[in-house]
Design a protein around this ligand. Structure first.
Ligand code: ADE
Length: 259
């Protein structure tokens, strides 16, 4: 059965890639039949209860577009006290997550299906950005491993990890919040998740530009007026205004994106 699962993973991933590139108008229908699965491995599953149980991400799961499975690494520990960490060899502050329960959890999942990527969330990983989110959203099955305490035994990284991601140059208490950020940014890109498919394409960063300012009713609030052009009904002018404003904002706030 392993070859069936492996063939279908490759097929789904290729189909997803095609849809992303060429078949965007039809992708909602096509990709409905090949959802994305994200397995998150953690020692603190409670930290991940909130982010996926509300709003757009919850709806994506209800609609069958995404599956999120949270695994408690502790459940895989063979230690009689379900211990998952130890002091580090050579001394030094902080506990290290042991290889055994993580390896057993990953092996169990890998025996069930083929994974496109096994990601480790860590402050020393590559800096996460929209380009990586776009790439990951084309995959079918991914595992995200959350570090905790000092991190994981280096041999986990050597043996299993295919990609290491940092969400910013600061240190969190664990990889759980970072994993939630990555999963959220991927799922919202899946066709059918956002109501208006073009709204993901017009996000900040999709074309290396920040988004232009946006307004809603009332047209005037305490003397502050919505720019006239947005009320004009002239769509060519509105588009031009938005492009100019996006460029102005990017130059002002994130000139690095324009290099
Ligand atoms: N774990 C702790 N800090 C992190 C960060 N900045 N990015 C990803 N995972 C982390």
């Amino acid at each position: 059965m392993a070859w069936i699962s492996s063939t279908s993973t490759i097929f789904n991933t290729e189909l997803r890639r095609l849809c992303f590139s060429y078949l965007i108008p039809y992708s909602r229908i096509i990709l409905y039949f090949c959802n994305m699965r994200i397995d998150i491995l953690t020692v603190v599953p409670e930290l991940l209860e909130g982010p996926f149980s509300h709003s757009i991400i919850q709806r994506a799961q209800t609609k069958g577009l995404a599956e999120i499975h949270i695994h408690n690494i502790r459940d895989y520990s063979t230690n009689k006290h379900k211990k998952v960490d130890h002091y580090q060899y050579g001394g030094g502050a902080g506990m290290v997550l042991s290889i055994q329960p993580i390896a057993d959890c990953i092996e169990t999942l890998k025996a069930e299906r083929e994974y496109d990527e096994i990601i480790y969330m860590t402050p020393d990983g590559e800096l996460y950005d929209q380009k990586t989110a776009n790439q990951l959203s084309q995959y079918t099955n991914i595992i995200i491993l959350c570090g905790h305490y000092k991190g994981v035994d280096e041999r986990v990284r050597e043996l299993y990890i295919t990609k290491e991601i940092s969400i910013g140059s600061y240190v969190l208490t664990g990889g759980e919040l970072a994993a939630a950020v990555v999963a959220d940014s991927i799922i919202r890109l899946l066709p059918g998740v956002l109501n208006d498919e073009t709204s993901a394409l017009s996000d900040s960063f999709q074309d290396n530009l920040l988004s232009p300012p946006i307004y809603t009713r009332p047209a005037e609030y305490k003397g502050l007026k919505v720019p006239d052009v947005l009320l004009s009904g002239d769509f060519a002018k509105i588009e031009e205004f938005r492009e100019q404003e996006a460029l102005r904002r990017t130059k002002e706030r994130r000139p690095d994106l324009l290099k």
